[in-house]
Design a protein. Structure first.
Length: 581
């Protein structure tokens, strides 16, 4: 299979707390999730997602906190795409223009002179001075802080970095993503009426483009992401534009809120520019997004344009965007790039595969209430309840299962797999844990239901607080989620000596009746599927290593396992018959 598919979105303009806008946006997005699910059934699950700028409106921290919870998490949940296949670049709305004070404006505008050579060299020196960049890039600070926090170790970005690259293997081809920053000079030039005048005053810079190309030297296909049209880049920066066009057959962008494929012919080859419409301009605006399918062997691709229709026969809906393509193409427009050669180097994922993880535990408030209400009933007299309570914190993700002096569960798991290789036979692989704990316990049905659906169909590693299984509310949510799911692994951590406490007898009964996968696993043997009594970090790491290697979780938890069953005519209900590609 040589076809790859990606989902292209831009210009969400997410505002944090404006009730009317929030209501209208929610109507549009609810219809969007339904349409994406339909498109996936027809076109297949996207291999990656691209968001080419303007994820926020004012570039403020509060907007990014809201967009993570109300857009990005549901987006990943509804597509089943892991976080390390989501690529976001900043737009002009991701620049907080209020941070552009007079000294900063004078310094940035001072880089530009009437002499193109002096301007080019001044910008090169400016961007090479990493010590000063955090100060001058302060208007983009909240965007990059959000980016680092959300992506974590998947796409590490230093404080002085303003772009990124990513290489990964897909269908036997090494793809290189260039996440470029076209907005770092946005807002510094204004017209006579005081309106921001970005067109013709933006810079990519030779330094940014050349370094991004060098960092993706092993890629057989480079795809460049930026927010602005190339025509908006200053004439003084033509060299960087030409360099980009020579090395990237595909350029994806946003900004103009209109999606029209542009084909540019150059001496060094052709480049195809694919703009995205605005995913949310307004409820009555021309909202759009697209699925792109590309056959790498032939170079033939097609863009499936989608647009929002407020007046569908059954209510708001998304439909084929014939306004963009015309009736002849019915919302699907073809394009072609030169055929791509398969990788001659060893097939590899330069960054780890993601394994989804949910931590089932209590918050500090839930734990205190639980102990107060159940201490006598659960015969906890043999436990140091004060010490155990110190393991719990305000969020479930900060649970410290092996004592308050040790790390949180996320820190322990991330530390275990960081820079570590696992092996299954002759195959070596790396792992990155992707946590869905907060989403699993979310009260937002869009977030919660999307996560539930994907954990059932694509698998998950559950790290369970044994005491939390005795909490009726938490146990009910877990049972309701995993019913009918097969591609799961469970590890229960308990602070209680199983040979001395009656509490673990209750845990055993609950586990056996609630989760049949535990029925064979009350011995001290290592099981790749589950383990009930884990009491320290070393033991937990042994079980996880065994699970990753024996079950080969990153391979087995792929979006295509059900398709593989169907294609091979296999009827399966568990791990043993899962196909290894």
């Amino acid at each position: 299979m040589t076809e790859i598919t990606w989902l292209h979105i831009a210009d969400l303009h997410f505002r944090s707390r404006e009730s009317l806008d929030e209501h209208n946006r929610q109507i549009v997005l609810e219809a969007l999730w339904e349409d994406i699910e339909r498109q996936i059934k027809t076109l297949g699950k996207p291999d990656f997602i691209v968001f080419t700028g303007d994820i926020a409106y004012y570039g403020k921290k509060s907007e990014y906190e809201a967009v993570k919870q109300h857009f990005l998490v549901p987006l990943l949940a509804n597509t089943g795409v892991p976080k390390n296949r989501l690529f976001i670049v900043p737009g002009n709305h991701d620049v907080n223009w209020k941070e552009i004070d007079e000294p900063r404006q004078a310094a940035m505008r001072g880089l530009i002179t009437e002499d193109s050579t002096r301007t080019r060299d001044a910008i090169y020196k400016f961007l090479s001075n990493s010590e000063d960049l955090p100060h001058y890039f302060r208007p983009q600070k909240d965007f990059w802080t959000f980016f680092r926090d959300f992506m974590g170790d998947i796409l590490p970005i230093d404080s002085d970095t303003y772009y990124y690259t990513f290489e990964f293997s897909c269908k036997g081809y090494n793809l290189g993503i260039l996440g470029l920053n076209s907005a770092w000079m946005s807002g510094y030039f204004k017209d006579d009426q005081g309106k921001v005048q970005d067109q013709g005053n933006l810079f990519l810079s030779e330094l940014q483009v050349s370094q991004a190309i060098k960092r993706t030297k092993d890629a057989t296909l480079r795809i460049a992401l930026l927010h602005h049209p190339l025509e908006w880049i200053s004439d003084f920066d033509n060299n960087s534009v030409r360099l980009l066009q020579r090395n990237c057959p595909i350029v994806l962008r946003g900004h103009l809120h209109r999606a029209e494929i542009e084909k540019k012919s150059l001496f060094a080859g052709d480049v195809t520019v694919v703009p995205a419409g605005a995913i949310y301009e307004s409820r009555d605006g021309h909202n759009g997004y697209q699925f792109v399918v590309l056959n790498l062997r032939t170079g033939k691709g097609r863009v499936h344009f989608r647009c929002y229709n407020e007046r569908g026969p059954e209510g708001p809906e998304w439909v084929s965007d014939v306004m963009i393509t015309g009736d002849e193409y019915k919302g699907v427009f073809p394009f072609k790039i030169p055929p791509i050669k398969k990788s001659t180097t060893k097939d590899k994922s330069i960054l780890p595969d993601c394994v989804p993880v949910v931590v089932i535990t209590m918050s500090a408030a839930e734990a205190r209430l639980f102990f107060e209400e159940n201490q006598d009933h659960l015969e906890l007299k043999g436990l140091d309840t004060n010490t155990i309570l110190q393991q719990y914190n305000s969020t479930r993700s900060s649970w410290r299962p092996f004592g308050p002096q040790n790390g949180t569960i996320e820190e322990i798991l991330r530390g275990f797999v960081k820079k570590r290789e696992f092996s299954r036979g002759e195959t070596k692989f790396k792992v990155e844990f992707e946590f869905y704990t907060e989403e699993f316990f979310s009260d937002d049905p869009l977030v919660r239901d999307g996560v539930f659906k994907n954990l059932k169909t694509e698998g998950c590693l559950f790290i369970i607080d044994g005491l939390a299984l005795l909490n009726d509310k938490i146990r009910s949510r877990l049972q309701g989620t995993i019913g009918g799911a097969k591609t799961l692994a469970f590890f229960v951590i308990t602070p209680i000596d199983p040979l001395q406490s009656i509490l673990n007898v209750q845990l055993s009964k609950i586990a056996e009746s609630s989760f049949s996968i535990f029925s064979h696993d009350y011995k001290n043997e290592l099981s790749p599927h589950s383990s009930l009594y884990i009491g320290n970090q070393v033991e937990l790491q042994r079980h996880i290593r065994n699970s990753l290697q024996e079950l080969d979780l990153p391979t087995r938890w792929t979006p295509y396992w059900e398709q593989a069953y169907e294609q091979q005519g296999i009827v399966s209900h568990g791990y043993k018959d899962v196909l290894t590609p």
